[in-house]
Design a protein around this ligand. Structure first.
Ligand code: MN
Length: 238
């Protein structure tokens, strides 16, 4: 099995290496990842300048390339150069991608790009609370997920979130919570005003959602689809 790995935290992220280490149990791993952090870039693609990529020699022996583009660019570039790829993996993102985060996530977008280009894809993100991330508790679950999703009839696009102390796996739906969307105002050293996004959830997660699973120390697996059409409304309108 040939596996393309990307992320949005950049080619030197420890999460990328942890994911490559697990994935290498399942097949040949090649990494195409952004040369700089691209978190919260969503599904942006680069169209106003050319893209290039360069071999990086010291990523724990994995064949690795850094791309001067977005996560979606990296997957497109990797698939273009590798020919037949069986699986695209994205992550492990430093921080979870739950609920509305899915709209902004470069990690999920890299996986989406894989599916758009015809390859089954899985996005991995991990809850991090301040300290240096460790992946040892999560690695067996990542292996279990890859093993399960590469056998038989499985969803093409799955968003996986890993808690700090996982105790099991759970299929979930994307939680839709109301955010206050607050901007927090501050001042730079020159006295100029600046603003930070500080979106905090206003409601508790609904049961069996991705956020609920993480609150219960369960690895959350959410099957996603590319279609954004509101089927219920469409039926009413046609
Ligand atoms: Mn990120």
């Amino acid at each position: 099995m040939k596996i393309l790995i990307s992320n949005d935290d950049g080619i030197f992220s420890p999460g990328l290496i942890a994911l490559a280490e697990v994935a290498s149990q399942f097949g040949e791993v090649v990494i195409f990842a952004p040369d700089f952090e691209q978190s919260a870039m969503g599904h942006a693609i680069t169209i106003k300048r050319p893209l290039t990529y360069h071999r990086v020699k010291f990523i724990k022996g994995f064949e690795s390339y850094r791309v001067n583009g977005t996560p979606a660019d990296c997957v497109a570039m990797g698939l273009y150069h590798l020919g037949k790829v069986d699986l695209v993996l994205s992550g492990i993102n430093v921080g979870s991608n739950l609920g509305s985060d899915i709209w902004h996530s470069g990690t999920v977008a890299a996986a989406k790009q894989g599916v758009i280009l015809g390859v089954q894809s899985i996005a991995f993100s991990q809850v991090i609370n301040g300290e240096e991330p460790s992946y040892e508790k999560q690695k067996p679950y990542i292996a279990e997920v890859i093993n399960m999703l590469t056998q038989g009839d499985q969803p093409r696009l799955v968003n996986v979130n890993l808690p700090e102390d996982p105790v099991g796996l759970r299929w979930t739906h994307q939680s839709i919570r109301h955010y206050n969307g607050a901007m927090v105002e501050g001042q730079d050293p020159n006295g100029r005003k600046h603003f930070w996004f500080a979106a905090t959830p206003l409601s508790n997660p609904d049961e069996h959602s991705d956020r609920w699973a993480i609150d219960h120390n369960l690895v959350s697996l959410t099957p996603l689809r590319l279609s954004l059409t509101d089927e219920e409304w469409l039926q009413k309108l046609i």
